[in-house]
Design a binder for this molecule. Sequence first.
Ligand code: SF4
Ligand code: SF4
Length: 344
Amino acid sequence: MVQLKFDQKVCASCRSADCLLKCQYITFAGHKEAHGEMMKVMKGKDSRVLTECVTCYACEEYCTRGNHPFYLISEKREEKGMFTAPRPITTQWKNMTSMQGKYLVGNVKDTALSCCYLPELGQLGTGEIFKDVASAQVFGAEFMCPAVHSHFARMSVIKERLPMVIENYRKLGVKEVICMHDECYGTLTSIASAYGIEVPFTPIYYLDFVLQRMKELKDRIKPLGITVAYQRSCSNRLIPDKLPVVKKIFQLIGVKVPKRKYQGENALCCAEIIRSVSGYKLADDVQKRNIDDMLAAGAEYCVFNCPACQTSLSEKVTRRGLKPVHIIDLCKMAIGEKEREAVS
Ligand code: SF4
Ligand code: SF4
């Protein structure tokens, strides 16, 4: 089975320990303590990080020295049998995402449009923006990135399934896969690279594709003139170099994004996974702080990138007077393909 590439020497000599010092869910007195805890994790010793980590993925972004602290934490938890959620939840996730031959493959030639295992992505990947690739959609567990199992410290499931998913794409003969979910792009780039898994096609980030299409459709854009808060997904932490793409899209379609406390590196996750691994109290607190912050910034809309975040937070933001919308629907609004009132 493939193994995590983790450079222990880089960690041992690390002067920042930013992976843990910047963590928004575990508090450390300073560098000495944070670095000491990471050393314990690395050496397979007991560490409070192994019990307190809420699996937000953010330390993958905070470590700028090329190591993979979150994957390591998850590996060590699994080695020690320290699963993050009750066993029925962990097993349910494993079973409901197992490959059972019930997948859909459209008219795929060189390019596939990956809808992962999220039916909402099929509808989003339509219209003028996706007109040349909409018929090439693929959907199902056979094409689902297995990164979600890292939330449950089941890295073994990822190591077993990711090569199978890649092989399923390879059998389609594709040269490129447009990933409609950050988690898929993050899996095919960050996780595959961390585990030395070869990807024999080019993964394309869907917002890079959307930005390019919106530039081509510039003449049809009517600036929206609305104020939004952006809900960054946990999986965007695996691909932080892609965060600026969102800003470019907002600029192009005339959307204002006022500064707020929980944005960029300090973003709070949607908290539904936190609900599973750390309980209702913390999840409710994270969601409340996040929505309070969106409202304090003057946002009218809450813009999502991930359908799972949208499912988690839509009702809650709506109850507080914000309109939930996926970033693709926002682009469709800007080119007159979707009514403002129709988004939800
Ligand atoms: S994981 Fe990265 S940030 Fe954390 S101690 Fe190691 S090198 Fe430093
Ligand atoms: S995944 Fe999130 S909660 Fe866990 S250690 Fe990393 S930053 Fe902290």
